[in-house]
Design a protein around this ligand. Structure first.
Ligand code: MG
Length: 278
């Protein structure tokens, strides 16, 4: 069953989404050479506390931190640690969430640590982020869940990969419904699997966390012995971007983007819904 939200509930999710956006702004600044991933976690913890919000990551299935910090070949679910020191040239996915009055937000971005990154890494992150926006732009009435998956996959497949070969669209993880819990039905694949059918219709009140994960090589992943850290099986580096999105009568509202998705959606010819808190 998909949880359909009222406009009032979407406004609550927007509050949670803006806390996540504030975590992103602060942690982006903190992801510098010499910082540990534990330092960045501490920054996120403070932003949540300052906003009177709660963490949905801390304690989730026993997860020991406030954010996931996934460096280089780590795809998702990296655990912040004193022992992981960021170096010039690394890339890091920072995945963060927050709860306000029982409503959840969840979003991730990939950052470049320091400077001088190879063009294929810059392009990897760009392609992953843009595929997320292509998926968000497909959040419209009349579409079904599969149309979001298809928009993400189609975007990635049309991008030439520097140096040749194909991008790996990670298969074992995907997006999800979000609302009174962080992870809810439906699961959102980042590619089309015809065996799964078209999925539910997208109607006003439908909320999704859309989060493509893309590697420079394989789509296959494995989990390390800490039972959390997900890496690519071939060691190639990967990117991860995510926003929580609500479909409203007036179109998609990107709950975790400061501008509600207005600027990026305009590039796709889509008008973002007005911000209910503005
Ligand atoms: Mg998520």
């Amino acid at each position: 069953m998909v949880q359909i939200k009222t406009p009032e509930q979407i406004a609550k999710m927007r509050e949670a989404g803006l806390v996540v956006a504030a975590i992103h702004a602060a942690t982006r600044e903190a992801a510098v050479p010499g910082a540990t991933t534990k330092d960045i976690d501490e920054v996120a913890r403070k932003v949540i506390a300052e906003n009177g919000a709660k963490s949905n990551f801390l304690g989730y299935g026993g997860f020991p931190a406030t954010i996931c910090t996934s460096v280089n070949e780590v795809v998702v679910h990296g655990i912040p640690s004193d022992e992981v020191v960021l170096k010039d040239g690394d890339i890091i996915s920072i995945d963060a969430g927050a709860i306000v009055d029982g409503w959840h937000g969840d979003a991730a971005f990939t950052a470049f640590v320091g400077s001088g990154h190879a063009p294929e890494l810059v392009e990897l992150s760009r392609v992953t982020e843009e595929s997320m926006w292509a998926g968000i732009a497909a959040m419209k009435q009349g579409n079904r869940l599969v149309d979001v998956s298809k928009a993400i996959e189609t975007y990635i497949r049309r991008q030439p990969k520097p140096g040749g070969g194909k991008y790996g669209i990670v298969e074992d993880y995907g997006g999800h419904g979000i609302g009174t819990e962080m992870h809810m039905d439906p699961h959102l694949l980042n590619y089309v699997d015809r065996r799964r059918g078209k999925g539910p219709k997208l109607v006003p009140g439908f909320c999704l966390a859309i989060e493509p994960m893309v590697s420079l090589g394989t789509p296959k992943t494995e989990v390390l012995d800490d039972d959390w850290t997900v890496i690519t099986t071939d060691g190639t580096w990967s990117s991860h971007w995510e926003h929580s999105v609500a479909l409203t009568e007036a179109g998609p509202l990107v709950l975790t983007a400061p501008d509600g998705g207005k600027a990026k959606l305009a590039e796709y010819g889509v008008t973002a819904a007005p911000d209910p808190l503005a």
